[in-house]
Unconditional design. Structure first.
Lengths: 557, 144
């Protein structure tokens, strides 16, 4: 079966102004100038957002004053000065503290913005950032934290917040210069030895006369794409302004003679991140075939059935099956039951909904998940459309529909079931506990994701002492919705949601209670609305105690 | 060996199409200088002596040394006072044809000093700034 790359929908679409600025910055002369002029014709400097502002120093550096609109020159130059100062001061403090960590004999790997600046951008003004990111080994974490505390840095948030973070802690000094200490390169992968190869592949660069290891080009591309896409999925596809990660990858590709794509692909495979890498590379390939060719994507992704079959299955499940060339495939790859339902909508030039597309079985929910101005007329129109077409996926021209902005509902009802066959009674400090959960949507209305994706719904937990005193309330959430651009996403009553939640256990020995809960962000916790969810009593013991407990348990058996 | 100027370590400087900006990474202070100051800064970058700076600048500006001596020396002192440069014994990197093709209208070299950069960095570099000069020059109403 042949899968055409252009048939697979991309979850990330660049706006025209994003495409133009990226093309202006990365294309060869003389075309780069054409894109720059088109970009300036499209934008209003007074109205640009922060992600675009961060691209301005690179524009100034590449084109100089002679190619910029005269009225913008002073402010564009000022933006360059601003980031030149800001990023250099940040890096200067970062260098000082990294030297202290190295002096203590602790290996440090530079990555993210710092590594990209030093290895590819060369000029800190061109790569605005808010913190210096370092990777260390987890065994050195306490030592590194002690060094930071002794040198004007403090943990950026309340100490209890640390429990939420599985791969890094954010420190900041009194000048508000951040240093993010990562003991795992990526939030998505927290297995103990997952970064071993990243450390082995590290390359060396010069930083102010000091030799420092940074991530290899392949690992930098991997982490840049994953971080870029993670932020995207957290804020939802309606807010796709951030684009420096795309330029970062282009800078790496342009700065290297050879990229070992096979290494990048195997690392992504080992981490279960091939889909993210595929979509990330496609964003860049769609921008220009010069940086990443369609052939390369075919070679690594679309020639590999193990990769694309699940993706196609997902597309079918989402009603976006144009990628399927083989008619029999639908029978072979029956999509897994997905808890998230959807209606795709298309807007006219005035921004009003003019067409909706949805699988036939979702039609009963449409009048609930949209704001309908004329219920009776709309229902009549929908009934006619359903009668007229025999297709499973319907595309209907509609009137009287608008997006629902207020998705906060009054009566939240849900049930959580822990599916793990058994759980231990005691754990080591800082150990991670992975819970398999089944969540039942018991409300009498749909759970709906708001258009801004700010009111996500997800499962999380709270930490209590054994005397029911709250130790930490907020932890990482496992959201139920995967936002899609131009889709209304909802979960219908009676739906079972399968979810996996990782709990990071306290670092201090003691007896604790972990209470599961569901949150609608910015609205409320379900437990505050009368829901009762499972609570687990756990004992955190030091490693010595753990040995004794295990021995006692054996003897008792 | 002569008494030459050198730019101190921890000093970052960049020439933005004729405008020299200098950052002291130790103090976080930001400096900018006018065109004449920028040329003097370039000479310091090549470890010129005080005498050679005066001679070169006088030739570039078609002025006498006496006419420019006081403002130039004041400027050099100001750079030293702000720990941007130091005098040391060493060899100059000056070459005979340095600045040979340059012509400049003399104006007293001036060093603009911005001290409270943490505050300045909290400003919006598009909307809080003077549209004709850009950051770090603030709008009239923002500048208190």
């Amino acid at each position: 079966m042949h899968v055409d790359i252009d048939d697979i929908e991309n979850p990330y679409d660049l706006s025209l102004d994003q495409q133009l600025i990226l093309k202006a910055l990365s294309n060869e002369p003389p075309h780069h100038l054409k894109y720059l002029q088109q970009w300036f014709a499209l934008i209003d400097l007074d109205a640009i957002n922060y992600p675009t502002l961060k691209m301005i120093p690179a524009v100034y550096q590449r084109f100089g004053e002679q190619s910029l609109p005269v009225e913008y020159i002073p402010r564009i130059k000022g933006i360059y000065r601003y980031f030149l100062l800001k990023t250099n001061l940040l890096l200067s403090d970062g260098l000082c503290i990294v030297k202290k960590i190295l002096a203590a004999g602790i290996p440090v790997l530079l990555f993210k913005g710092t590594a990209l600046t030093l290895a590819y951008y060369k000029n800190p003004a061109l790569r605005p950032m808010n913190d210096v990111d370092i990777l260390i080994q987890k065994k050195h974490l306490n030592q590194v934290e002690a060094i930071l505390l002794a040198h004007d840095f403090h943990y950026r948030y309340a100490e209890t917040e640390k429990l939420r973070y599985l791969h890094s802690y954010d420190y900041v000094n009194t000048k508000q210069h951040g240093l993010d200490v990562h003991w795992q390169a990526l939030y998505e992968n927290t297995a103990a030895d997952i970064d071993e190869k990243i450390w082995q592949r590290a390359r060396w660069i010069e930083w102010e006369g000091m030799s420092m290891p940074i991530l290899s080009a392949e690992d930098l591309i991997l982490t840049t794409l994953v971080n870029g896409f993670r932020d995207l999925s957290l804020i939802g596809p309606h807010k796709t302004e951030e684009m420096h990660w795309i330029y970062d990858v282009i800078m790496i590709i342009q700065g290297e003679k050879i990229i070992a794509w096979d290494i990048l692909y195997s690392e992504a495979q080992a981490r279960g991140l091939t889909e993210i890498i595929f979509h990330g590379l496609r964003v860049i390939q769609r921008l220009s075939d010069t940086f990443i060719s369609a052939e390369l994507i075919h070679r690594f992704f679309l020639n590999n059935e193990e990769f694309y079959m699940p993706l196609l299955g997902k597309l079918i499940a989402e009603g976006r099956g144009q990628a399927i060339k083989d008619e029999t495939l639908q029978e072979v790859y029956v999509p897994a039951q997905t808890h998230q339902k959807y209606v795709k909508y298309y807007l006219n030039t005035q921004g009003d909904i003019e067409t909706i597309s949805f699988p036939r079985q979702f039609s009963p929910f449409i009048s609930e998940v949209f704001k309908v101005s004329h219920q009776r007329k709309f229902k009549k129109m929908l009934t006619q459309a359903l009668k007229k077409s025999k297709e499973n996926n319907l595309k209907v021209d509609v009137s009287w529909l608008a997006l629902k902005n207020d998705t906060a509902f009054m009566k939240h009802k849900a049930q959580i079931t822990i599916l793990n066959p058994s759980l231990k009674s005691h754990y080591l400090p800082g150990e991670m506990l992975v819970l398999d959960l089944s969540i039942l949507q018991k409300s009498n209305h749909c759970w709906l994701l708001d258009p801004e994706c700010k009111k996500q719904i997800g499962v999380s937990y709270h930490l209590f002492s054994d005397k029911n005193k709250v130790i930490a309330w907020d932890f990482m959430r496992q959201y139920f919705f995967a936002p899609q651009k131009n889709y209304v996403n909802f979960i219908t009553p009676g739906t079972h949601i399968r979810s996996q939640l990782t709990l990071m256990l306290p670092t201090q020995p003691g007896n604790y209670k972990l209470a599961l809960d569901i949150v609608q962000e910015g609205v409320n916790w379900f437990s505050k609305k009368g829901n009762v969810f499972p609570t687990m009593s756990i004992q955190v013991v030091s490693s010595d105690e753990s040995v004794v407990l295990k021995k006692n348990l054996k003897e008792a058996c | 060996m002569n008494l030459i100027y050198q730019i101190n370590p921890h000093i970052l400087h960049e020439n933005l199409e004729g405008e020299v900006i200098v950052i002291n990474l130790n103090t976080g202070m930001y400096f900018s200088m006018n065109a004449v100051g920028g040329h003097i800064w370039s000479m310091i970058g090549k470890n010129y002596t005080q005498e050679l700076i005066l001679q070169t600048l006088a030739r570039m500006c078609q002025e006498t040394i006496a006419a420019i001596e006081v403002p130039v020396n004041n400027f050099l002192t100001s750079l030293e006072d702000n720990t941007l440069i130091t005098k040391i014994i060493g060899d100059s990197l000056a070459e005979a044809d340095d600045f040979a093709s340059y012509q400049l209208l003399f104006a007293a070299p001036a060093l603009e000093i911005y001290q409270d950069m943490q505050e300045m960095l909290l400003l919006d570099p598009i909307h809080d700034v003077d549209e004709t000069t850009g950051w770090p020059h603030l709008k009239e109403e923002t500048n208190c």
